[in-house]
Structures are given as structure tokens and as C-alpha cells.
Write a protein that binds this ligand. Sequence first.
Ligand SMILES: C[S@@+](CC[C@H](N)C(=O)[O-])C[C@H]1O[C@@H](n2cnc3c(N)ncnc32)[C@H](O)[C@@H]1O
Length: 262
Amino acid sequence: MQNSRTPKLTVVGAGPGDVELITLKAIKALENADVVLYDALVNEELLQYATNAEIVFVGKRLGCHAYTQDQINELIVSMANRYGHVVRLKGGDPFIFGRGSEEIEYSEKFGLETAVVPGISSALGVPASVGISLTQRKVAESFWVITGTTSSHELSKDVHLASKSAATVVILMGMHKLNEIVDIYKANRTDDLPIAIIQNGTKNSEQKVVGNISSITKLVAEKNISSPAIIVIGEVVKNTSKLTSYFQEHFEDEFIFQNLNL
Ligand SMILES: C[S@@+](CC[C@H](N)C(=O)[O-])C[C@H]1O[C@@H](n2cnc3c(N)ncnc32)[C@H](O)[C@@H]1O
């Protein structure tokens, strides 16, 4: 380990899960790292690129945080002062519900050099990987990306606003609020609005379910879909060729297929 290097933090996005969905710049940062602090959503195969680094898991497993956010902030600064270049590897993009900006702000207060390597967020990469186009001409002119669970553990009020628009809505961290989300859509829109839920998107363990607002909770229970998952709501869900073939391959979902008139 070197301690003569300038103390530096690079906050790096690891992409949504598939190891090939990390950027070249992120790999170079890992190769150059003296320390890597990584989260639970990061594919651990990516750590092979950090050949010269001390590697520390700082995420959440079995519902327990290995470190609090304050401890992570302190660890970044102390590791950078001791060893040099700290890479903070986060799932998806570090600035999409990733607290990357807080870690940068804290580190800069202690004089660290900082840099950011963007990643493919699950909010965009997971829908695309299953063939859902979040915008589509004449179908959806915009999309919202919302957290299902705010820092005070409540459903974001933005879900109410978004459900009244024609936009595609992508909800992260929403599985524990699925019943509430469904009720909001029933009240503000229509029961047969298409919805897809993808767990562990782009990973070998990926699972997905597609239905409509009235069928989705039953389907999720039947298929045992849970976090980490993203919820995509909107007409675009039924307008994708990949999902059409997905429906056709899964005969147990025949009735959903009919519901969506595909
Ligand atoms: C704390 S947020 C981090 C988001 C991350 N920064 C990003 O850009 O993807 C964690 C949530 O992201 C979503 N998520 C992350 N990776 C996912 C994946 N591979 N498949 C489905 N959802 C994922 C889930 O909703 C999960 O609860």
C-alpha cells in the first residue's frame, strides 16, 4: 500500500448488475484504486479489476447495515489519508438515490480531491434490458423516476402527482409500498394500466412479472418477487417486442397477455 499519493475519492457507478454494463472509465478507476468501498448492489465480480486495492464491503446484508452513512464518510476520509485513492463503488449511477453527492461533499470538507464516474442507473438500464422503451413516440413524452420509500420511510408524494400524468413512471425502492402504489393508480387512473416489475435486473437471477394495476399484487405474490426491484408503470410496457415474446414464452401468464391485448 502507498501512502504518498494525494488523498482522493472517486465515486464510481457500477451499473445495474451485469458486469459488462460498467464503463471503461470505471474499470480504469478500479485498476488505479488503493481502497475500494463497495455496496450490496454491486456485482462482486467487478472487484477483480481492483488488483492493488484493499476491498471493504460497506453495504447492507440481511437488512443490516455493515456501516452507517456517517461511518462510511469517516472511512472514506481516513482511508484516503492513509492509502491515497479511495474508489467508492455503488450500484447503478452514484447520483440516483445513491448518496454519492453527500460523500463527495463530506470528503471535500476534509480536503480530498474528488471525481465522479457515472454509471448506468437501474432506472434506465433495467427497463431497456427487458425491452421497455421509457419514452415512445405518441405513447409517452416523458418519464418520472421516483423513490417508493423516502428517508422518513413514507411513500413519496410524487407518486400521486406522477399517477395523474401520461408519463411512464419508474419507481425504485417501491416493493414495500406496492399496495399503496396500486391504490393510488386505481384512484387516479385506470385498473388496466400496464405495469412491469423486474427484480435483480440484468443479473443471472433476474425475475420479472408483467400485468396491469389490478392483477400485479397477486402476480408478485405468486412469483415471489421482492427487492431489489424496479416498478415500471405506463402504456409503454405493453408496446415492446421483447415483452411480447416474453408473454408468449410464459404460458402461465396467458391471462395477463390477454388482458393487455398483445
Ligand atoms: C438505493 S437505490 C440505488 C439505485 C442506484 N443508484 C441506481 O442508479 O440504480 C436501490 C434500488 O435501486 C433499484 N435497483 C438497483 N439495482 C437493481 C437491479 N439490478 N434490478 C432491479 N432494481 C434495481 C431497486 O429499486 C433498489 O431498491
